[in-house]
Design a protein around this ligand. Sequence first.
Ligand SMILES: Cc1cc2nc3c(=O)[nH]c(=O)nc-3n(C[C@H](O)[C@H](O)[C@H](O)COP(=O)(O)OP(=O)(O)OC[C@H]3O[C@@H](n4cnc5c(N)ncnc54)[C@H](O)[C@@H]3O)c2cc1C
Length: 389
Amino acid sequence: MQSSDVIVIGAGVGGLAAALSLLRAGQKVRLYEQVYSLGEVGAGLTITPNAGKALLYLGLSDALRAMGSTPPAGVMRHFSSGKILLHMPQDKSEEKYGVPLYHVHRADLHNALRSAVDALDPTCIRTGMALESLDSRTDGVRLRLQGGQETTADWLVAADGIHSRARSELFGSDKPNFTGYVAWRGLIPGELVTPDLMNPPLCMTVGPRRMLMRYPLRRGSVVNFVAVAQRTTWTAEGWSVRSELSELMAEFHDFEPHTKKLLELTPPDRLFKWGLFDRDPMPTWIHGSTILIGDAAHAMPPFTGQGAVMALEDGAVIGRAALLSSTPAEAIHRFEKSRYARVNAALAMSRGRAELYFSEDPLQQVRRMGLSMAELRTTYDYDSGNVRI
Ligand SMILES: Cc1cc2nc3c(=O)[nH]c(=O)nc-3n(C[C@H](O)[C@H](O)[C@H](O)COP(=O)(O)OP(=O)(O)OC[C@H]3O[C@@H](n4cnc5c(N)ncnc54)[C@H](O)[C@@H]3O)c2cc1C
C-alpha cells in the first residue's frame, strides 16, 4: 500500500509494535497515548518463541537477547511441605522453534519498542493525548481527543487495552468479565535475596486454589513473582492497585517458610494487585476504517502467558497486512482474517487453563499442568513475520 495516514491509539506493547511495524511498512503513523510520560511499570513477562519471532520481524532480536534471560531448569513445589513435585527441565525452545524463550522485564521491552519507533520517526508518539470520541466510516476516521482537539486519518488501529475507549465508542460498552482470580505481582531487589530463597531460581509453588511463580530478571538483579488466588469479586477502584504486603501474606499464610520469607522482602512500592479480567470473543474487530488489536480486541486471562504475546503478534501482522494490501480496508480485513481463529483459540485455551491450574489438590494440579504443556507449546510455532496472511 502506498503511504497512508494511520493513527494508532495506545502505547502499550501492542500499540508500539503496531506503530513500528506500520512505519517499517512505509506508512505515516501517529500514535496517541493518554499518559503524559511513558514509563511502563509492570513486572516480568515471558517472551515465548512466537513473541520472539514477532520481535525478530520488528528488528528487535538483538535488543531481546540483551534484555532477556533464558530460564534455567526449575521445579514445582508443594505449598506447605516444600517438597519437589515435578522437575521442569531446561527449556529447549531454541532447539525446537529456532528462538529461545526469554523472561524480560516489561519496562525493558516497552523501552526497546519505543526507542525503535522514535528512531524511525521521532514525531510519531504523542503523549498526553487521550482518545475521547471516534467516528469511523469506510472512507476514514475522525477523532476527538481530550481537551477538544480534533483530527482525521485514513484509518485507525485501536490498541488502547482492555478498557478500550475506541471499542466502547464503536461497539457499545460491554464490560470485561471478572475471571474470579486476582494476581499479586512484585519485584524484589536481587541483593536482598539470599541464595537459599532462590534454590532453584525458577520455581512454581502450588497450593489449594493458589499458586506462586517466581524467577530472576535482569541477570538476577531483581526477582519477579506472580501470586494468584481466587476471589468472588473485584471491588477495588481500577484493575491494578497497590497492595499491602499484609494482605498477600494473609492469603499465602500456609505456604512453606522459604516462600513466605521471600514474599516478605517485597518493597511496599513494588507490590501490585490485579483483578484478572477477560472479554468474550467479538464477531468482528472492524468498524468502518478502524481495527481493534491487542487487549482492546481480545483480552484474555494470563494463564497461558499469551496476552502481551498476542498483542506483539498483532503488531507485526498489521504492518505486513499494510505492505501486502492496496487500501486500508484491504489491510484491516486481511489482518482480521489471518488473526481471528488464532487469537480466539488462545483466548479459549487461557480460559480453560484456569480450571487446570486451580484445584484443591496440588498434586492433581501439577499432573494436569504437566499434561497441558504440550497444548500450550502448540502456540509457540507461529511466526507472525512469515505466516501466510
Ligand atoms: C497479572 C497479569 C499478568 C500477565 N502476565 C502476562 C504474561 O506473562 N505474558 C503475556 O503475554 N501477557 C500477560 N498479561 C497480559 C498483558 O499484560 C496484556 O495482554 C497486554 O498488556 C496487552 O497489551 P495492549 O498493548 O493490548 O494493552 P495495554 O498494555 O493495556 O496498553 C494500552 C495502552 O493504551 C493506553 N490508552 C488507554 N486508553 C486510552 C485512550 N483513551 N487514549 C489514548 N491511550 C489510551 C494506555 O495508557 C496504555 O498505554 C498479564 C496480565 C495481567 C493482568
